[in-house]
Ligand binder design. Structure first.
Ligand SMILES: Nc1nc2c(ncn2[C@@H]2O[C@H](COP(=O)(O)OP(=O)(O)OP(=O)(O)O)[C@@H](O)[C@H]2O)c(=O)[nH]1
Ligand SMILES: [Zn+2]
Length: 337
């Protein structure tokens, strides 16, 4: 599924692109459940109607999903049946976290890498960290990569330069076997430039092009699913570009597996790692094994995740109340003569 609109989707079959209208059962299923709506990256079952049109009958089960809003996938066991979330992209295999080596005058932001990694883990896809614009930091690159590696334990990490093409082949290898990727990263991280380098042609408008063309031009068709010449797909949707920090407590645990592991060694099981005796986290901080910055980052993301969870709970509760009000009302209605 390359692009989705209200009531119809642009689907790619072995013989090209087709517009497929949603079949009635699918339309009905999506009324109460936005998660059941087709989205970019979905695989679908189609029927070719006698008159040559295509109809979209069903979506095949998703392997992975970027879900925005509502309840996370795990909290309610599975994607469907959750009436609140919206799937931004389905069946993504690889999530590239793109962080520029130099952003303005700042070196790569480790906190941002950790945050995007958490999001990537949450989707079920495999994260890979890319330090983009590697040409901008000269001999500082090696040290920078060491720092990033410490913030992304157990995750593949590569330096890429879309200008010289260095590292682009390594990135392409992650897409072998026709895998599907999304690229997360701040504005100006070099995502579009990288997609162009991967595609070997200008498929995406970059900031440079946008700036020199001026605003208000709408000639470029925004492509949301970009097939690469050497195999593999990149999904780039406005939703994925804006994706924030949603229900990511499990993701946070995975990104900070080293701290979680330390915490198991603390004398008290409910240790807050503030000033408790026998705190393994504070000991690691003392010995230099755990960088102060990383502990701070963990605390910050945990606070955010907790806040998100509370907000989600509140919304769930109010929706639940609303639902019951409607049911009560209709029962009262039926009771009347
Ligand atoms: N020196 C250098 N500059 C780069 C590299 N990759 C991208 N740039 C420049 O960085 C700027 C931003 O690149 P884009 O690819 O438009 O960034 P983006 O992440 O797609 O940005 P948004 O579309 O705003 O999200 C452009 O001026 C690029 O020319 C690189 O490897 N080295
Ligand atoms: Zn502790």
């Amino acid at each position: 599924m390359a692009r989705v609109d209200r009531g119809a989707a642009d689907v790619i079959t072995s013989d090209g692109h087709h517009l497929a209208q949603y079949a009635a059962p699918l339309r009905r299923a999506t009324v109460d459940d936005p998660v059941a709506l087709p989205c970019v990256g979905d695989w679908a079952a189609l029927t070719r109607l006698p008159e040559g049109r295509y109809e979209l009958d069903a979506i095949l089960p998703r392997r992975t999903a970027f879900v925005r809003g509502g309840v996370g996938r795990d909290s309610r066991g599975g994607l469907s049946g959750d009436s609140r979330g919206q799937v931004l992209a389905a069946n993504v295999d690889v999530v590239f976290v793109a962080e520029p080596a130099l952003h303005g005058s700042d070196f790569a932001d480790l906190g941002r890498v950790e945050r995007l990694l958490a999001l990537a883990w949450e989707s079920g896809a495999r994260p890979v960290v890319l330090i983009t614009k590697s040409d901008l930091v000269g001999e500082h690159l090696a040290g920078l990569l060491d720092d990033v590696a410490a913030a992304a334990p157990g995750v593949d990490l590569h330096a890429v330069c879309s200008v010289t093409g260095e590292g682009v082949e390594v990135v392409r290898n992650h897409l072998g076997g026709s895998r599907t990727a999304v690229i997360l990263g701040a504005s100006g991280a070099g995502k579009s430039t990288l997609v162009n380098a991967l595609a070997g042609e200008e498929v995406m408008e970059t900031q440079q092009v946008r700036a020199s063309d001026g605003r208000g031009r709408h000639t470029t068709v925004h492509r949301e699913l970009i097939p690469l010449s050497g195999g593999g797909l990149v999904i780039d949707t406005p939703g994925i570009r804006r994706v924030g920090l949603y229900e990511m407590s499990r993701g946070v645990d995975l990104v900070f597996a080293d701290i979680e592991e330390l915490a198991e060694e603390c004398r008290f099981s409910d240790c807050a790692h503030e000033s408790e005796p026998g705190c393994a986290v504070l000991e690691a901080l003392e010995s230099g094994e755990l960088p102060e910055r990383r502990l701070e980052s963990w605390r910050k993301l945990q606070r955010e995740a907790a806040w998100m969870a509370r907000r989600t709970d509140a919304r769930l509760q109010s929706e639940e109340t609303r639902k019951w009000k409607v049911i009560h009302k209709s029962m009262r209605g039926r009771g009347r003569p």
